[in-house]
Design a protein around this ligand. Sequence first.
Ligand SMILES: [Zn+2]
Length: 342
Amino acid sequence: MWNSLGQDDAIQMFSLAKTENRLAHSYLFFGPDRVGKATLAEDFARLLFCEDEISPCGDCLPCKRVTSKTHTDINWIEVGGERDVGFSKSKSKSKSIGIDRIRELRTAINIKPFEGSQRLVVILGSEDMTLEASNALLKVLEEPPENVFFLLLTSNLSMILPTIISRCQLVKIKKVSDEFIKRYMIEKYQFEDSYALDIARLASGKIGMAIFIADNPDYLESRLEIFSRIHKLLNSGLEERFDYSERLAMDFSRDPEKVHNELRMWEIWWRDFMLVQFHSSDKASSTSNVEDFLELANFVEIDDVINILKTIGRSIKLLQSNVNPRLVFDQLVLQTPVIRKK
Ligand SMILES: [Zn+2]
């Protein structure tokens, strides 16, 4: 039983490769955040270790151990390291995957598997590897020990060394349609049609995102708060704008993910705004703002909307590198269009 949703091409490809005994040693899964990479990685792990004739069954002991993250022949590696199984369980506060982790890994994969006859290494957020770590991993990928499989996951393919990419078979984890997500939300959560559609549009094709929103109703709630903050900012002067930037910087130092979410809301808000300006409000992520947008649309130039959308995208990228966050947020609030009511 596969848990991945809407990834039929990849599922078919892996099933066939497993049956014909020609699974590649290293795959690189790429696609946006919460699109389903980690779920497919778990599916792959069950496929690899399952003892049933029709794999992955989901019910045999190895399948269950994959699901509960207790399979000792799998190394899950990610920043923080809380998912490591089988060796180092230390939690670190590091923002990257350093060379020590890859050295530990190199030792671990040369030990005979404990449970089965093969090992699997899953690196979540491969773009978080330092250059040193990437180069060390490259050496491993160049001469992988027998019966060791590697899954590298990334939402940012451009940050992966080309030499690593060339060692892996690329698997694109695809977005699914709004209709697909809507149907799933209704089936799984028994949501009303309009609520399911709201979630589908917000998730913009990322099934993991849709499930996250469905499981965290606060998220929809916080969305409305953020939307009203953006709305207010349009009418605000410099002082209020810098206050907003300062708050974002403070939040970012405590909880970067929260600010990333807020910026994604910015993207959604401005995208909707543009859709309304182009008379395509039926494609907007939610119907609740359309009237506000219609009123504001006359006061904001389309070029300014395109500009702020670009700035948001750039801000998200810059925050992933080592740029001073305050400078990024200052730019963001300064580029936010000013309402000039005539
Ligand atoms: Zn099984």
